[in-house]
Design a protein around this ligand. Structure first.
Ligand SMILES: Cc1cc2nc3c(=O)[nH]c(=O)nc-3n(C[C@H](O)[C@H](O)[C@H](O)COP(=O)(O)OP(=O)(O)OC[C@H]3O[C@@H](n4cnc5c(N)ncnc54)[C@H](O)[C@@H]3O)c2cc1C
Length: 429
């Protein structure tokens, strides 16, 4: 197996333009005191510039209305966009809309694609992905929110937790239990249903999060959502009955590549800040850059970022070659490894800036709080680690003695070589 993450010059030019554009046009937006409606208005000319360069919403295949770049190229793009939380919406590739438009493109019928999918892709509609129920997110087979068919309508009841943009979106894709337990495998009991946010019985309670205690983020809010006898047309079922987990897998695989490459963008920006500080500041008679402990931070961070980045690009490459299900192990590994690398690099970047790093005068503290969430969303690290460990362990069998037990190996070797050694000894005498 071999891979090569060099990209052709024309695409490299696009990446170079994006890097410059994010730094020059999007970083300044981070410093403004505006609300999310002003933000959506302000970015319209920037979105147009992105569209003019044919870099808008590129995550879909050409048949689905995207550029068909494949996951390696998308990964390289997301690494650049990740450096600012405000960049993905300017490029039409922000979560959860990217995953949702992909889901609708893959599972939706023609009408759903026209009514929900394309407007999300064009940035005209905003969407939410409503799956988690408090305490059941890491084992979705336990999710209880139900949808029952009553005539030509689904009736949805249940409470979801931590749903991104539930109150700012036009519709939710809700993961509901639709099938009876008896006679149905536990991975076949849930379906996805599109629920317009303004349907009677949808109650959004905005919640604060560690990185956004007032839930006033320009890109995201988060809500607890109660669905109280919510009625939607039967045709709002997305994909087939009982297909929710098959579809979720399709949605989450490539999404994790994008997340992880965005985390690498955050990590790289933090390392830049760390290095800039190191060469700028002197303490105890010398530059921080000359202190061996700081050099250790820089060298360790650089190696960690490079390793996590290559692991992610390898996972992206494998998705491009064999599809997301064939790359499950790599996708799980980057989820927990990438999240930890981002957290640790940010921690060192804050440390070298002292109180300034801990203050809101720098973007590091907010990114650090956000990095804590990365260990939870898209499945907690532990769940991914369990799945990776299980796959690895499948290759091993229990043995009475370790296969590297030297006395046992010596006995086997002597059975093979003993007579030869004996002959050699006799002839040399
Ligand atoms: C910033 C943020 C944004 C989010 N956005 C959305 C969204 O838009 N839509 C949505 O539906 N959800 C969203 N979530 C929810 C997220 O998907 C869930 O938090 C996650 O799946 C975990 O589910 P849970 O919170 O119910 O934790 P639980 O299922 O209660 O798990 C709690 C802990 O148990 C431990 N654990 C679980 N399983 C194992 C295991 N097998 N082995 C060892 N330990 C284990 C882990 O430490 C885990 O963190 C978001 C979460 C965050 C933090």
């Amino acid at each position: 197996m071999s891979w090569d993450f060099e990209t052709e010059p024309e695409f490299q030019e696009k990446l170079d333009w994006m890097r410059e554009f994010v730094r020059e046009e999007i970083y300044p937006l981070e410093t403004l005191d505006i609300d999310y409606l002003q933000f959506r208005e302000l970015i319209k000319p920037l979105q147009q510039e992105v569209k003019d360069r044919e870099l808008w919403g590129v995550h879909l295949s050409p048949e689905q209305g995207g550029a068909g770049y494949g996951q390696v190229k998308l990964g390289l793009m997301h690494e650049i966009l990740g450096a600012s939380e405000l960049a993905p919406p300017v490029f039409g590739v922000h979560a959860p809309d990217t995953g949702n438009s992909e889901l609708i493109a893959v599972a939706g019928d023609e009408e759903q694609v026209e009514k929900w999918g394309k407007p999300v892709l064009n940035g005209e509609l905003w969407s939410a992905y409503s799956m988690t129920e408090e305490g059941r997110g890491s084992d979705p087979t336990m999710l209880q929110t139900s949808a029952v068919l009553d005539g030509d309508e689904w009736v949805v009841n249940g409470v979801k937790f931590c749903v991104g943009n539930a109150n700012r979106s036009d519709f939710h894709i809700v993961l509901c239990r639709t099938e009876d337990d008896e006679g149905t495998a536990k991975h076949r009991r849930h379906s996805m249903i599109i629920v317009p946010t303004d349907t009677e019985g949808v109650i959004n309670r905005q919640i604060g999060l560690m990185h956004d205690p007032n839930s006033e983020g320009l890109v995201h809010t988060h809500c607890e959502v109660t669905y109280d006898n919510v009625r939607v047309p039967a045709e709002n079922l997305l994909g087939g009955r009982g297909e929710a987990f098959v579809l979720a897998q399709k949605r989450l695989g490539p999404g994790r590549i994008h997340h992880c490459m965005r985390w690498m963008g955050v990590s790289r920006r933090a390392l830049d800040a760390l290095c800039e500080r190191a060469v700028s500041k002197s303490v105890h008679g010398g530059l921080l850059a000359d202190k061996e402990m700081v050099q250790d931070w820089i060298a360790t961070s650089a190696a960690e970022i490079e390793a996590a980045r290559l692991l992610t690009l390898q996972a992206a490459w494998k998705i491009d070659q064999v599809g997301a299900s064939g790359a499950r192990q790599e996708i799980a590994m980057i989820k927990y490894h990438g999240a930890k690398v981002m957290h640790d690099v940010l921690d060192r970047a804050i440390q070298i800036h002292g109180a300034l790093g801990y203050s809101t005068d720098m973007p590091l503290e907010e990114a650090y709080r956000w990095s804590r969430a990365a260990r939870l969303y898209d499945g907690p690290d532990e769940v991914h680690k369990v799945s990776v460990a299980r796959r690895i362990l499948k290759n091993y069998e229990p043995r009475d003695k370790p296969s590297d037990h030297i006395p046992t190996r010596r006995q086997a070797a002597m059975e093979k070589w003993g007579p030869v050694i004996e002959r050699l000894e006799t002839s040399s005498v």
